[in-house]
Design a protein. Structure first.
Length: 537
């Protein structure tokens, strides 16, 4: 049966840390013991050499060597044994020039030739070595033995038993192991603490589980249809999934950059950075309307999700337009019903001439309204919008009219964009004018060169000076949200559409009270020559 590693991260990290600590302890011990043996051998050889030099330095030793014969009871043997016992050496051998021993720790060896080559010492050189002799392996030192006049008459060889060197090494190992054991214990404690911290941070998941979660996370993030933006504690982008890159028009190179640098200043940056608080916050990025939610993380960062509401907002505006049209038709229906009832009453009363006059006045009034609009606004989409808004305004009790200086040729580059701008401003003006003393709204559309200036005035309560910039911010509104979505998008889109064409949008106080919104589009019209050529092509 195969025994594998434990699955828990805590156990795996602890085992790996213990293995590392044990390996380091063993390696350190080995690295320490290897030179220690050499150092002890060197110390033993130097000690043997020092004893040999001390012995050879006695003048009496050289005189006794030359003046006596080798004998276990001779003066050389006696002096050598005295020094050997005093120094603890294994042996002290004093020999003549032919290598014959005058002394030895074993008296039976006195008078015999030495077992190792003494030529170097007899040649005047000091020798240190580890060698095998008649007494076994030993650390050895050899020096020449000189007479008083300096002539070499023999040599002194001192040996220290090699086993005694090994004993010193072995005696030092327990202490070394004690230090190694202490280091291993400290390493084991550190490994335990590290493993506990890793266990807490990984929530005791196995490495395979973490790898699987990472793979699933990558697949999920890049497949969901919501944008996901992850930020670190310093506000730098650390993750952008594919949808977030599309919605924010960013590339992978934005990862690692500060949010302000990647997106630039604006509401989108404020929402993602947490400077704008709340849930389902609306923001506009380019031509897209986004809904953002932000959740802080434990490490001080945050994760934000983005949903694309562009299509929903477009449908909402279409719904608002449809409702406006329905309101206009309802107003017309109500008005026509009243007219028909009046006409029926005149006919029943046989007041035929009055009936004819009433029909003529009614038809003429509606025709006059449409003619007044189309005379000043030549673009069909804008003209249709204004005719419809006049009917809605009349139903709501508001007088809506075009200013006397209104002139708009049929040369708009983006008529749908201007319809959106005008429709939003007129709707806001109608809401503001309802309930005022003299409810009225005036629209001015003027063209100069290629520029178009749109002004919408109302008789409402106006906009406070400190709020005149805030009202163009996404999500800012003083109205109750409609059934299909949220407020605070219309004026933001007005400014965004104006700025997209290089123009501007702002609000001031209208003459006589109320608010006056002004939108300037510097290049909203085609050149007159180009428009004339298109008409005749």
């Amino acid at each position: 049966m195969r025994i594998g590693l434990p699955r828990r991260v805590f156990s795996q990290v602890l085992m790996m840390q213990l293995a590392i600590a044990a390996g380091v302890a063993v390696l350190a011990t080995g690295l320490f013991l290897a030179p220690l043996s050499d150092q002890l051998d060197d110390q033993a050889m130097r000690r043997a050499l020092a004893i040999a030099q001390t012995t050879a330095a006695h003048p009496q030793v050289a005189e006794d060597l030359t003046g006596s014969r080798p004998s276990p009871d001779g003066p050389v043997q006696a002096e050598a044994e005295r020094i050997r016992k005093a120094t603890g050496a294994e042996y002290i051998v004093i020999m003549n020039e032919r290598g014959v021993r005058w002394s030895h720790s074993n008296p039976a060896e006195v008078g015999k030739v030495v077992s190792t080559d003494p030529s170097e010492a007899l040649a005047g050189r000091d020798v240190m070595e580890i060698d095998d002799g008649t007494l076994g392996r030993s650390a050895r030192g050899k020096v020449p033995l000189r007479e008083a006049d300096g002539d070499i008459v023999g040599a002194v060889s001192v040996g220290i038993e090699y086993d005694s060197v090994r004993d010193r090494l072995i005696h030092s190992i327990p202490g070394l192991f004690a230090y190694a054991g202490g280091a291993l214990a400290v390493g084991a404690l550190a490994a335990y603490l590290i493993a506990r911290r890793v266990q807490k941070q990984t929530r005791d998941l196995a490495f395979s589980d973490i790898s699987a979660l990472l793979a699933e996370r990558e697949a999920m993030l890049h497949s969901i249809r919501e944008g996901v933006v992850a930020l670190d504690r310093n506000g730098r982008i650390r993750l952008l999934n594919d949808e977030a890159q599309r919605l924010l028009t960013l590339g992978p190179e934005a990862i690692g950059k500060p949010l302000d640098e990647a997106l630039g200043a604006g509401r989108t940056t404020d929402v993602l950075a947490g400077r704008a608080t709340g849930t389902d916050l609306l923001t506009v990025r380019g031509q897209r309307v986004l809904v953002a939610n932000r959740m802080p993380t434990d490490d001080g960062g945050a994760v934000a999700t983005l949903r694309d509401r562009t299509e929903l907002e477009r449908l909402g505006r279409e719904l608002d337009s449809t409702r406006g049209l329905i309101d206009a038709l309802r107003a017309k229906d109500h008005e026509h019903a009243n007219h028909l009832h009046t006409l029926l009453g005149l006919l029943e009363l046989e007041m035929y001439e009055d009936a004819v006059e009433f029909v003529g006045e009614t038809v003429g009034s509606h025709r006059a309204t449409a003619e007044q609009v189309t005379e000043k606004v030549h673009d069909p989409l804008l003209a249709a919008l204004m005719v419809g808004k006049v009917a809605v305004a009349a139903e709501r009790g508001v007088s809506l009219g075009l200013s006397a200086d209104t002139r708009l040729p049929d040369r708009l580059i983006d008529p749908q964009g201007l319809v959106t701008v005008a429709g939003n401003l007129v709707d806001n003006a109608l809401d503001a004018a309802v309930g005022s003393r003299d409810p009225r709204v005036e629209v001015s559309l003027r063209a100069e060169g290629r520029a178009v200036e749109l002004r919408v005035r109302d008789s409402g309560s106006g906009v406070a000076p400190e709020q005149r910039q805030l009202i163009f911010t996404e999500g800012w509104s003083t109205k109750e949200p409609p059934a299909h979505g949220k407020r605070g998008i219309g004026l933001a889109l007005v400014r965004r559409l104006a700025e997209r064409q290089g123009g501007s949008a702002h609000v001031d106080e209208a003459p006589g009270g109320g608010a006056e919104f002004t939108v300037v589009l510097p290049e909203a019209l085609t050149e007159p020559e180009l428009a004339h050529a298109e008409e005749h092509s």
